[in-house]
Each structure stands twice: as C-alpha cells, then as structure tokens.
Design a protein around this ligand. Structure first.
Ligand code: SAH
Length: 251
C-alpha cells in the first residue's frame, strides 16, 4: 500500500513538473523554444561563438549580448548565397535594398540598451529579424515594426520557424505603437534626420531610446533618456551609418 502511495506521489510530482514545463514553453513569446542544435550545426555554432569572441575583443562586454550573439543562427537571416559570410563582422544586403546591420553594431546598440530580462522593448525596423532575435535571446519582451510588408512577412516566418515569437507589426515606425506604450527601451535600427518625437513620449519615465540620428552621410548614435513627463536627456555614442528611416509604408 505504502509503495503504491509512494508511486502515486512520484507520478503526481512528474505530472506537475511536466505541467510546469508546458507553461514555460508556451510562455516563451520572449525567447527561443527550439533546440539550437537543430538550427545550427556544430560548425555554425563554433562560428557564432567565434563572432561573439571577436565582438568581445572589439569592446562589447555585456555577457547577455555576447551570449545572444553566440546563440542566434545569423546564417538563417540572410540569402542562401550569402550564408558563407554570415559570421563575418559586416553588414549584408537583404530584400528591398535594406541591410542586416553589422554584428558589432547590433551588439553595440543592444549593449547601450542595458536590457534586463522581462523589459518591454520596441524595435523600429524589423528588417531580417536578426536584431529582434538577439533581443528575444536577451529575455526582452520584444515589439518590432517594419515598413515593408514583404520584409515583415518574411521576418515573421523566419523568426517563428526558429522558435522566436516577438510581437511583429507592419507599419510606420515614426508612429510607434501608442496602444502598447510605454516601453522600457526603444531601439531604432534605421536613421531618422532627427529624433522621432512620438517615440520619445512612448518611453516610460526612466526609460531610454537608442537611435542613430543624422543624414545619409552618417549618423551619431544617440541615447535619449526620458527623465520626466516633459524632460529628456541626450548623450552621443559614436559615428555609424544606417539605412534611412523613411516615412509611411510600402508593399
Ligand atoms: N534590425 C534589422 C536591420 C534592418 S535595416 C535587422 O536586424 O535585420 C533597417 C530597417 O528599417 C529596414 O528593414 C527598413 O525597411 C526599416 N525601416 C525604415 N524606416 C522605417 C519606418 N519608418 N518604420 C519601420 N521600419 C522602417
């Protein structure tokens, strides 16, 4: 009798654990729920890890960022014929004349965000979805907007097939997402001429936006921190070149 009860208790414990696991994985809107080995073979895993090491040597120190770089299969975010270059630290072309940013830039912007797991982060410019995947890996609750429908659809398909489920939107990033605001952090991955004002007011007080500001010849990486209802503080963090942030949407 005693043994049966013991068995029953063990069985119950196992069932409860399983239920817990199921809850976790269905909750994983923030991160990946697929086995990385299925997506990256050992060579690609080594390449991604080497890329993370290189970025560390170039000055990236946030371990959450470096881990994410080592875990995200960048080759899945570029065209078949560019896969050989996926783990080199350089930007690569994607559809509609856009680019997947250079890994250093992705890591640098992600580091400036200083993300804590669970934070609500809005990205402007989903593009390939690579940066969104990095933010998911870092444990953020990711919202991302893309102005090209074609890119929005392909990024959604790609991210979901890799097990990432950020909230993706087809729309004009200049408008932000008023219904989902406020955000702890906002990351802009295309370059506006000046800081988009509507986005500033979608930050929570104490939150900040990382945005490359400037014309086509180059931009200043800028942090805008919301310090009060109507007060903001700006700091500059180096020179970069991004594709322009354009108004409106396109197919
Ligand atoms: N974060 C992307 C990089 C994309 S390049 C990645 O990891 O691959 C910048 C992207 O911003 C492009 O896809 C471009 O179409 C998009 N973009 C430009 N202006 C925009 C706007 N107003 N709203 C939303 N997306 C925009």
């Amino acid at each position: 009798m005693k043994t049966i009860r013991k068995h029953q208790i063990t069985l119950l414990t196992i069932l409860l654990c399983c239920a817990g696991l199921i809850t976790c994985s269905s909750n994983k809107t923030k991160s990946r729920n697929t086995n990385p080995e299925v997506i990256m073979d050992s060579r690609q895993m080594t390449e991604a890890a080497k890329l993370a090491k290189q970025l560390e040597q170039k000055g990236i120190s946030d371990q959450l960022v470096l881990k994410a770089i080592a875990n995200v299969p960048r080759h899945e975010f570029v065209d078949e014929e560019l896969r050989g270059a996926a783990y080199i630290d350089r930007p690569l072309p994607i559809e509609r004349g856009q680019t997947i940013s250079q890994p250093f830039t992705v890591a640098y912007q992600s580091e400036l965000l200083r993300i804590k797991p669970g934070e609500k982060v809005l990205e402007i410019g989903t593009g390939s979805g690579y940066q969104a995947a990095i933010l998911c890996e870092m444990g953020a609750d990711v919202y991302s907007i893309e102005r090209y429908e074609e890119l929005y659809l392909s990024a959604k398909k790609r991210l979901n097939s890799l097990g990432y489920f950020p909230h993706l939107f087809y729309g004009d990033g200049y408008e932000g997402l008023p219904d989902d605001a406020p955000f702890d952090k906002i990351l802009v991955t295309a370059a506006p001429d000046k800081v988009p004002e509507k986005l500033m007011y979608q930050l929570r007080i104490g939150g900040w936006m990382v945005v490359p500001v400037g014309g086509r010849s180059g931009q200043k990486m800028t942090i805008i921190k919301r310090t009060g209802e109507e007060s903001f503080k700006e700091s500059l963090h180096g020179d970069f070149i991004f594709v322009p942030m354009q108004k409106g949407v396109e197919k």
